[in-house]
Design a protein around this ligand. Structure first.
Ligand code: ADP
Ligand code: MG
Length: 589
């Protein structure tokens, strides 16, 4: 099985590249050319839609940019074809950055709508521009030459197309297994957790949008030299929908789904164009109807696409542990014990008429474990969200290590050394525990998308995984490092979040109900871990419901009720307070 996984790609690559030398009929070489061209575009959609959760109907327009750039520069200006590739890609990048910058900050359906609009605009522009030959397009594009050989169209061009397609697949595969790749994989789960780990979700949305556009533009450039003529039809919005169809059919979450989907669509399309008119008697675009029906069937019975059937045969082997001896990641200068770390001053949060946090003040000194307790709905989690920048303050000041952090986006607060867990666990279920924890090390590492695609990030990855494993050991979870996070029980998921927060090398750790859902033994182990962290000098703000757990662990406790700070004191003072008994213990017991 693992033989398949290891040799599957090289075997497939060699097969595709020797195909034109074999006695394969021209018809199938042509089909294979189309499949490679389509796969390049679908590959972008796998990244964009399948992994990052962003839907684009406008990829055909980027294909058009690549194709028209090649056609126009070669036929009207005599520019060398290899040069036009760079111009086409550059134009696609500019277009993607402009369209992306306008739409990617908006949530929901704006991006799909914007990509439809963008596709339509480009289609009608191509069809109405005199310089681009209107709907007749441009004819007489020269063929590609390499090393003095005319690559012509069919057989000669086959390997050029497939080298690009295979390199694209390799680059995307590498990207997904990297620092930026994990950031991209975190986009689908909403932005809160990723931003709290220091990731700019907007940046990565833009990155995947640009990469998808580049892959499409390369496909378009190849297409122009394959057809030797361009007109607007292959770049219309219906083709854009077809690309999305290929990706979804093949399996929009998998690199190889792009290839499978492209292959199936191309072959069915071709057969149906011959078969359907014979069956029905008249000609028309009946294959579109068949595709619609096929898509519904696939979405119902194989929502992960056809590739999921193959995937079952390719069990992923556990990641090789090859990071022993990797140099440790850089650490931040820690505050001195007793230094004023966090100063929360009269913070307030109103949700409409509801005052969730009512002018609350408290301080944390370095090395302290402070408990934040109070009945459900008292405003504890909201206070956390105000400190970490997840929610905007209505009023008030928050200083961290002497500097104001009020109003900063949460990724910048994370950069200053505040890390947190969430009351409702936020993680990437389809990543391993180790990869989830490695997300915490995002700000301590640097590799960018280009380095990741070229595999220049391996040394840093080893250092990061060594750190992630160290944090899992610290929390007693090293044995579960390679399990999928989504398969863990709630208790271990919470512990994983703590390991992830520790992986950021925080100066202050905010834990929102870390013991909720833990069994007695697990709770004791968590208590030991927190005490250990304290002896190491970590400062912790802890929201907790279990009174015994908080009492035995904290230096001081802040009690909240209905958004207001009721009392602050040592555990003994809080326990003795009649007001707390009435407000908190009274409602609990
Ligand atoms: P706790 O964590 O102490 O249980 P929360 O901070 O979650 O309490 O909630 C405090 C109050 O604010 C509750 O009444 C809750 O319903 C309300 N609240 C929390 N988040 C929101 C929100 N995003 N919109 C409106 N109300 C909210
Ligand atoms: Mg809460």
């Amino acid at each position: 099985m693992s033989v398949l996984r290891r040799w599957g790609f090289p075997a497939f690559a060699v097969f595709m590249l020797v195909l034109p030398a074999l006695p394969v009929p021209d018809f199938w070489i042509t089909q294979s050319n189309y499949i490679g061209l389509y796969a390049l575009v679908s590959l972008g959609l796998v990244l964009l839609t399948g992994v990052a959760g962003l839907t684009s109907f406008g990829q055909a327009a980027f294909v058009g940019i690549g194709a028209y750039t090649a056609a126009y520069l070669a036929t009207k200006m005599g520019v060398s074809p290899w040069l036009t590739l760079f111009v086409g890609v550059a134009l696609a990048v500019v277009a993607a950055v402009v369209v992306g910058a306008i739409t990617l900050r908006m949530s929901g359906h704006y991006l799909p709508l914007a990509t439809i609009a963008w596709g339509l605009v480009l289609y009608y522009s191509m069809g109405n521009a005199d310089a681009l030959g209107k709907y007749d397009g441009l004819l007489g594009i020269p063929s590609l030459h390499a090393f003095g050989v005319d690559l012509g169209t069919g057989r000669g061009l086959h390997d050029v197309i497939w080298v690009f397609a295979l390199l694209g697949a390799l680059a995307v595969t590498h990207l997904l297994d990297s620092r930026p790749g994990r950031a991209i994989r975190s986009l689908k789960g909403g932005s809160t957790m990723a931003e709290a780990m220091g990731i700019s979700t907007f940046h990565y949305k833009l990155v995947v949008f640009v990469i998808a556009a580049v892959l499409a533009a390369v496909s378009g450039w190849l297409f122009a030299h394959f057809q030797r003529t361009v007109n607007p039809t292959p770049f219309s919005i219906s083709k854009g929908i077809e690309y999305l169809f290929m990706a979804v059919l093949g399996g929009v979450g998998h690199v190889w789904g792009a290839f499978l989907g492209s292959g199936v669509v191309r072959i069915i399309e071709d057969q149906l164009q011959v078969l359907l008119p014979k069956l029905i008697g008249t000609s028309g675009n009946f294959e579109t109807i068949v595709f619609g029906i096929v898509l519904i069937v696939v979405l119902k019975y194989a929502p992960d696409g056809l590739w999921s059937f193959f995937e079952r045969w390719l069990p992923s082997p556990p990641r090789a542990r090859n990071w022993q001896g990797a140099a440790p990641l850089p650490t931040r200068a820690k505050p001195a014990r007793g230094e004023l770390l966090l100063d929360v001053n009269e913070v307030r949060k109103e949700f409409g008429g509801l005052v969730a946090v009512n002018d609350v003040s408290f301080q944390i000194r370095a090395g302290d474990i402070v408990g934040l307790i109070g009945p459900n709905g008292a405003g504890k989690s909201t206070t956390f969200n105000l400190i970490t920048g997840v929610l905007a303050l209505t009023r008030g000041q928050v200083n961290f290590r002497g500097q104001s952090i009020a109003g900063l986006p949460s990724r910048q607060i994370a950069r200053r050394g505040v890390s947190r867990t969430f009351q409702h666990v936020k993680m990437i279920p389809e990543m391993t525990v180790l990869e989830n924890v490695a997300l915490g090390g995002y700000l301590r590492t640097k590799s960018n998308s280009l380095q990741a695609m070229l595999r220049l990030d391996r040394e840093e990855e080893k250092r990061l995984f060594a750190e992630a494993e160290k944090q899992l050991e610290r929390i007693g979870m090293a044995h579960q490092a390679h399990e999928l996070a989504g398969n863990l029980a709630l208790g271990p998921q919470r512990l994983m979040e703590i390991a992830r927060a520790l992986c950021t090398d925080p100066a202050l750790l905010l834990l929102d109900e870390p013991a909720a859902g833990l069994r007695h033994k697990e709770k004791q182990a968590l208590g030991d871990v927190l005490r250990q962290l304290k002896t190491e000098g970590m400062s912790i703000l802890l929201v907790e419901h279990d009174m015994d757990f908080v009492m035995g662990l904290t230096d001081r406790i802040v009690v909240m009720e209905f958004g207001t700070r009721l009392i602050e004191g040592t555990p003994a003072e809080v326990q003795a307070s009649p007001a707390v008994r009435a407000a908190y213990l009274g409602t609990e017991h």
